[in-house]
Design a protein around this ligand. Sequence first.
Ligand SMILES: [Zn+2]
Length: 239
Amino acid sequence: MTESERTGMISRRNLILRAGAGMLAASIASTLLQAKEAKAANLEPISQITPDDALKKLMDGNQRYIDQKRTFTDQSRSRIVEVAQAQHPFATILACSDSRVAPEIIFDQGLGDLFDIRVAGNFLDDGVLGNMEYAALELGVPLLVIMGHERCGAVKAALDGKAVPGHIGTLVAAIKPAVDATKNQLGDAWDNAVRANVKMNVNKLKSASPILAEAVKAGKLKVVGARYDLDSGKVEIIA
Ligand SMILES: [Zn+2]
């Protein structure tokens, strides 16, 4: 092969590579456009389920989980296809990051059913509120559950009050008001703080987010506080 033949081959290969890249870019642009259209379609108020029915659906799922009769609902291949272009979750769950309180498992729900927000100690901050407002406004989710759990490590850290490294202090500081509010209460100090943390965040939500407060007032959104029992698997509504 002469030098000019070799150069010609390389240029042809470059041309083919460039054409391939162009096709890939066009394909990405088309996918993005489809995603944008799906998102736009999703901005309609979509949820047909009432807040009370949403709560019943959630609690029925928890009962199936307790009874070890999980249906593994909506986790099929057809469900993947069904929710691929748009989501219509019926509940927003603010839960702890704790590995034992995964909402889809303990409520026996599937893909596209729950809008999960998880942060150790399940407390509100601006980011969490933004997630909640997005779910209520953009997705029309009719139910919002703030769920703490038994023997929460983040609550224990706030209860112990010891110095913690790095950014962990942010969690501790956010949970400290619940510890302070319950320090003279009788009973289990740890569980009292878990419960108070849920109740205080449910109350805080109404003042911290006028958008969510308005949705509650209009009957479009129900907000409840819950506690998950690690021993029994039961979710108890406490606020
Ligand atoms: Zn926890």
